[in-house]
Design a protein around this ligand. Sequence first.
Ligand code: LUZ
Ligand code: MOS
Length: 747
Amino acid sequence: MKHDDALLHLRGAARYVRDIPVPQGTLHAAPVPSPVAHGKIRRLDASAAAEHEGVIAVFTARDIPGQNQIGNIIPDEPLLAAEDVEYIGQPLALIVADSLEAARAARSLIGLEIESFPPRLDPREAFARGEIIGAPRTFAQGDVDRAWPLCHVVVSGRADSGGQEHVYLETQSALAVPRDDGGVKVYSATQSPTLVQRTIARVLGLAMHQVEVEVPRLGGAFGGKEDQATAWAALAALAAFRLGRPVKLILSRQEDVRWTGKRHPYSSDYKIGLSEDAKILAYEVTFYQNAGASADLSPAILERTLFHTTNSYFIPHVRATAVSCRTHLPPFTAFRGFGGPQAMFVLEAAITRAAAALGIPAAEIQGKNLIRRDDELPYGMRFESDSPARCWDELDRRHDLAACRARIAAFNHDHALTKKGLAVMPVCFGISFTTTYLNQAASLVHVYTDGSVGISTAAVEMGQGVHRKIRRVAARTLGIELDRVRMESTNTTRVANTSPTAASSGADLNGHATRLACLQILESLKQALAAEHGCLVEQIYIDREEVLRGHERMDLSWKQLVSWAYARRIPLSAYASYATPGIHFDKSKEKGRPFAYHGVGTALIEASVDGLRGIPRIDSVKIVHDVGQSLDPAIDRGQIEGGLMQGIGWMTSEELVYSPEGKILSDSLATYKVPDIGATPEVTIAFLEDAQPPAGILGAKTVGEPPLMYGIGAYFAILDALRAFRPDLPLFFHAPLTAEKTFKALG
Ligand code: LUZ
Ligand code: MOS
């Protein structure tokens, strides 16, 4: 497999924002972070810092010409703290100097007095004090209260999942260059070019057309640059605008880990009721989302939690309530799965507890309750595919779940010091932004006179291969070779009003728009040819760069066709937009059809635990995933493997630890453990064959986010192995299940 930029990456030649050759006179900026999680600024004296050698200027909230506001969904987040301080790491000021070293060194000279108050870190405590963002929301169907007495078993409990650091390879980066018309051009490592553009316009008091945002590529993002690239771009733009000089702002790894938001930790209460034959009748859940200090994307993430309350299962009686709780930590943000994984973890916990109560394997409950075509989801959408059961059955056919369980039982019988465990993890993830209006995209396609093609869309390439997929769509639509098609950078002057490259929808939305633009060009070419040759437009095809009339070759190549058309003044560029049809959602009723389709699959995870050292290990993962007709099987495989490992990390080793003062202690890759190659299990992936016609682009279904949630199975597989050592071990659901916790659980 070859990623579009594989050679550049391999040679270290790919240019990220930090690698762009800077204009002469470029300055460097270093934010001054709050040392306190909760307090009021009593004095902020920048005079000594301003006099430090190399320092050009120090900016505070007072220097912002427009609004000191970067909140996206809710305007509750200042760019620079004016009075209230809400988390450790919050930017209080910006030092600009002729070198990064000088800017950073001057930080210690800022005279700062902050009156500090005890910080609130726990979401349940925040909820109890009424510190919530927006109103709680409830999704419901059936009537849980009437269902409980009908259940054979009812169990309840609590499940907690921790946050997760994105660990994108490229840290937050921006380069702002003032324009001669008073505007500013900003190179930003963002998933959301238009959000950055709009926010900078607001902060500087400019019109959006005075702000150009250019995104070359990202070194990973995973949601961490959907909302949180904005502050750094806006700070760089503020300094460039005020000083009339280019300004570069790059966070170090440690600054990035300390100051930026991560996946939301959740604490949840669940209650689940089942019939004697293991049918889930009722499920009630309350999600307490730890939002951090400001809203950021929390309300949208909370909404997606509610959408994924029942994951891959049909449950007739459901009541799910979710509330976003304000705490004194850096605002938590988007992370692959966007609140969905947190919901799925709770339901798997509930099922695991119910299985223990019934004395049956959890997989028996899972397999019996998979959602079927026409079943209604708690948000009113009727399920439109057979994929969950088909993926499950295919996994069973290939790997024989009962035989795996028997093999593990035999192993555990024969081994005293090592025990194995198993879990099945079905995933069903709604595809579309839950905010309906974001489901739009546009594409600008140029065919140059030599037949080569350049495409601009809203899609940001961050390693996920979206550019290669869009190139495939264009090449296939035009009937030309892939190598003729190039993706341009993402730029707000070429494609405006961009939705974030997020929600697993980059290839679908921008691929559809690109296909429409290519079809426009194709139509003009065909019309001109039909007129010239006196035939019907429908008779003309382009296949493998050859023009065909019916089945006959016209002795005209793509290249020749393009120069012929140019000479006849036929348009060779087109712009098209696309909006996902048939989706809607009514928040007043919490019902609708929010998703174009669902990303579906099932995984079988096997784990083992070393009983002496307490160390858990994921041995193997077997996956059947419905990709539809894959646009690029190698890229899809890569996404599935990467997502899986990120999910396993979230569930097993990646633990965010904070001091009581609200300071992150796990602030380096030595103390925050991401899974490495040594932790990688044997992964077997099968694509669901002859998947039904989906709503994605050219028959393909997305694979961006859903595979992360297979990793949830790692928690339950390890728990299963622990129970093989200690059948009396009380069940506990507090992710991540680290080596420390497994060691303690073994006593
Ligand atoms: N971002 C967003 C997302 O703004 N809305 C979504 O529904 C979403 N879903 C997944 C990931 N990012
Ligand atoms: Mo995302 S969590 O699709 O930026």
